[in-house]
Design a protein around this ligand. Structure first.
Ligand SMILES: [Zn+2]
Length: 141
């Protein structure tokens, strides 16, 4: 991910907020690392906003070309191995043709851990930019 204003990398920052019931909520923000322009005016974006915008953009991206497929096939191999080795399921293997890649990506973005989300976003060959709280994806060919 890069800053749409100055081209620096995007860095994540965590903020903690004490809630009334004693628990702590974690908010993750994404913003310009200001490596190229230390006075960059780009604003911070909350992880939830980033995820929401990203889910909407997914429909316009060719995921087979975006490099997500490799990551997905890795997961699928793990799942099939787990089924066989731990659960003893001998059924026919689930093939990736049976599952929509977009469903997988949206699942990770909604329900995955922060690490899973980061790994997934790292798979995208497309350039992800954040400009004034707006996320854009440009395919590079
Ligand atoms: Zn910037």
């Amino acid at each position: 991910m890069t800053c749409g204003l100055c081209g620096s990398g995007i860095s994540a920052e965590e903020k903690y907020k004490q809630l009334k019931d004693g628990t702590t909520a974690t908010y993750r923000y994404y913003g310009c690392s200001r490596a190229k322009d230390r006075y960059c005016k780009n604003q911070y974006l909350q992880e939830k906003d980033l995820t929401d915008q990203f889910i909407k953009l997914i429909d316009s991206v060719d995921l087979n070309e975006a490099g997500v497929k490799i990551k997905f096939e890795e997961e699928l191999r793990r799942y099939n191995k787990f089924n066989l080795g731990v659960l003893g399921v001998q059924k026919k293997k689930t093939k990736h043709e049976d599952i929509d890649l977009k469903t997988y990506v949206k699942y990770i973005l909604r329900d995955g851990t922060s690490q899973e989300k980061r790994e997934l976003m790292g798979c995208f060959k497309s350039k992800i930019k954040i400009t004034k709280k707006v996320v854009t994806i440009s395919e590079c060919r």
